[in-house]
Design a protein around this ligand. Structure first.
Ligand code: TYD
Ligand code: MG
Length: 470
């Protein structure tokens, strides 16, 4: 066995250094290096021993290549989580034996979501093993009561030892397992502390093998953390099948579940939830939520259908352009990129002759939503112009399109889907890029006329937009 030696591992990105240093050369994080021992003990097993990768290998470790055409497809019988927004993000439910990493900031609602999924399994008579290394069982019970969860088939255990978790798993053979959180579980095979990169990798690798071996869908909860002593879920992303992040804005009740990796589905879907006193409630119609408090007839507000993954979503973009009397003019934006706002202001000035320079400009996406699609350009421009000209945007209008440097309005993807969502919510007019005409014609047939009773206006330039809207 090799002699033990010390290495310094960044707890943020996993980069290994031979010498200690204040700053990680992998990710530039400060004070994130922690000493770990290598070589003296059995190294943490890694991907190479995963059963799914080993399958098909002969005794000599060699495998004859097979024709792609001859490879047999394995059909996955998915198990619904019972929460359709969650299933959507998974790609249609859990694949047996798959491992899902559920990451997010502390307090965002990961345990709540996992417990609700567990409750739904239990409600259908399926057994769930919930391993809690974070909270006491009575805290868990209190939460379960608040969430009105069917407790009969949910088995809880307060445990932080990997070996004992594996034992419980083999004994119980549940239909689903939750580990809350992966950072609290440690193996006694390693000397490094719980939550370190080495522990996280070893524990995740072992639990992944157990899950696959016993065919149990598993949710691993991982905190996103800035603290150097505990590693984040990032270092585990390559080891699991699916990585979901649960996100929210400070002070806002809505939460977005996003897939950033999915071996069994697309990474484009999002699920939207609202945190209530009785737990997470699915939001099937997020557009209505984001538009709930839209003012009537106020200048500086525009509704834009953005696309999150494959899902069109209406958001309200607000702008305030006001003369600056207190020093150098400022541009402030929340929910949209400030550079984009600056660029649009310059394009508007140059291409329309309006003099906006020297004013303070604020742009905000209502409800705390985030917009980073070029398709929102036209909406931002309309909100800015509306505030500057002090003329309201018609309340029944939605606007979208990318704005180029010469003031031209460029086609964007999924034009028809955006308009259909707008129509569903009672909007009656859409202004969109001229270049999107073919996309609209494609979905308009004699049998289906999705835009009947909906007025479509096509803009080629910013000037067209100003003429039509104001
Ligand atoms: P939690 O699931 O514990 O977050 P995480 O596991 O990601 O750290 O949820 C934390 C917050 O959610 C907590 O501040 C209280 C709030 N909450 C509700 O508003 N309603 C509820 O029904 C529950 C269970 C939690
Ligand atoms: Mg928790």
């Amino acid at each position: 066995m090799a002699k033990a030696r010390a290495v310094y591992v960044c707890q943020s990105c996993g980069y290994e250094h031979a010498k200690w240093s204040g700053k990680c050369s992998g990710c530039d994080e400060w004070n994130s290096l922690v000493e770990e021992t290598r070589g003296g003990e059995k190294p943490a097993s890694s991907l190479k021993s995963g059963p799914s990768l080993r399958a098909g290998y002969g005794a000599e470790g060699g495998m004859e290549p097979v024709r792609m055409a001859d490879v047999e497809l394995v059909e996955h019988n998915r198990i619904n989580s019972g929460i359709s927004e969650f299933d959507r993000v998974l790609g249609g439910g859990f694949v047996p034996g798959s491992v899902v990493l559920l990451g997010g900031d502390p307090g965002i609602g990961k345990s709540t979501l996992a417990l609700q999924v567990a409750g739904d399994f239990a409600g259908r008579g399926l057994d769930v093993l919930y391993v809690s290394g974070e909270e006491s069982l009575s805290q868990l019970k209190m939460r379960a009561q608040r969430l009105r969860i069917e407790a009969d088939n949910v088995w809880v255990v307060g445990e932080t030892s990997l070996e004992r978790v594996e034992q419980r798993l083999r004994d119980k053979k549940p239909d689903m397992m939750v580990i809350d959180s992966i950072q609290t579980i440690a193996t006694d095979q390693l000397t490094s502390s719980p939550g370190s990169v080495a522990q996280l990798r070893a524990v995740t690798s072992a639990l992944t093998q157990s899950a696959k071996g016993l065919n149990i869908p598993t949710v691993l909860i991982g905190h996103v953390t800035k603290d150097g002593a505990i590693a984040g879920p990032k270092v585990l992303e390559h080891m699991v099948d699916t990585v979901l992040y649960f996100e929210g804005q400070p002070g806002m009740n809505y939460r977005v579940l996003r897939a950033v990796k999915n071996r069994y589905g697309s990474t484009n879907e999002i699920g939207v939830f609202e945190m209530r006193s009785t737990g997470l409630k699915e939001v099937h119609n997020p557009s209505a939520m984001f538009l709930a408090e839209r003012p009537d007839n106020a200048s500086g507000s525009a509704v834009v259908p953005i696309v999150e993954g494959t899902r069109p979503l209406l958001v309200e973009i607000q702008a305030l352009v006001s003369p600056n009397n207190y020093g150098p003019p400022r541009i402030t934006s929340i929910g949209v990129d400030q550079t984009r706002v600056m660029l649009l202001l310059n394009i508007i000035e140059k291409r329309t002759g309006l003099k906006i320079a020297g004013q303070d400009v604020f742009v905000n996406v209502a409800g705390g939503a985030r917009v980073n699609e070029p398709a929102a350009d036209l909406g931002i421009a309309v909100a800015l112009l509306s505030s500057y000209l002090d003329r309201p945007v018609p309340g029944n209008l939605v606007v979208f399109g990318e704005v180029g440097l010469t003031g031209e309005v460029r086609a964007v993807p999924q034009a028809a889907g955006r308009l259909i969502e707008a129509k569903k919510l009672g909007f009656e007019r859409g202004m969109l890029p001229r270049g999107n005409v073919p996309a609209i014609e494609e979905v308009t047939t004699p049998e289906s006329a999705p835009f009947d009773g909906f007025k479509l206006e096509f803009a080629r330039t910013l000037a067209d937009l100003i003429r039509e809207v104001f």
